[in-house]
Design a protein around this ligand. Sequence first.
Ligand SMILES: [Zn+2]
Ligand SMILES: [Zn+2]
Length: 334
Amino acid sequence: MKAAVLHGPRALRIEGVRPPDPGAGDVLVRVAAAGLCGTDYSIFSGDRPVSYPRVMGHEFVGLIEAVGAGVSTPRVGDRVAIEPNYSCGVCALCREGNRNLCLARTAIGIDVDGCFAELVRVPARCCWAAPAGVADEDLMVTEPLAVVVRAVARGQVRAGETAAVVGAGTLGLLAVQVLRARGARVLVVSRSERRFALARQLGAEATHAVPDAPLENVARDFAGREGVDCVVETAGTPEAVAHTLALVRPGGRIVLTGLPHEPTPVRFFSVVRREVTILGSMIYQDEFAEAMRLVAAGQVRTRPLITHRFALDEIERAFAAHREPASIKVALRP
Ligand SMILES: [Zn+2]
Ligand SMILES: [Zn+2]
């Protein structure tokens, strides 16, 4: 089979390799559509080291090609979206339901080979049946959507509340739609106006480019009170964290989904004085089914986020396209 094999930073080659054998409890998936994200780029560039050789890629939809011993579902021919993280299942965190926090969690496309290939082996329990009538490309974004479904749930957003989304990339534009589906009014805050028209098409009521005016005033004008009820941060930078604190009202909630790697200064005076709740949200626990339901019901539109499409052979071009300012989600079709 054909696979894009990473041999070291930026050393990516399309190669013919032996297809993996599905072991007990595993399935072999023929990849139909795969998404490229910032994590893949940081692995490709070497910012995030992995053990080489490695096949990257963790956002994908495909057909079951073969099943290993002991697998009753899914069956050969089933169309599935893949939850690309699996936990050990036996530690205290897993047993209490916090499998996204398992210290022995395995990430497909990072710790083991992923979907930038024609075939990929995954545990059967990572497969979610694709709803009939929903296109592969629409389901390709299920993985980042599940991240956002969890983040909005962590923020306990209720109908009629106001929310702000910081960042207008894939996660931000999905967050707008999940918040709308929950009945919230949504303000989008971003460094660039580039995606504001799309954000509005997808349900944002207001947009704001960061340096323009003090965010406190923007949030007050939008919410008609001291700030917004809930802020979902998707940018993963220290500045974005600071923006969440400027936007939120006293007693409000902030959900952080980005992973700022740099130390992030926070004025804890304003957290304590205003009783702000700051929550981390890490990937997903049980949100895949709800993410697919939202797509199938048309409450979340993923297709407008796909800006580029490439064949697997063109993967170098796909990585280059990911860095273009006009790019939101790059799709690969093996
Ligand atoms: Zn991703
Ligand atoms: Zn565990």
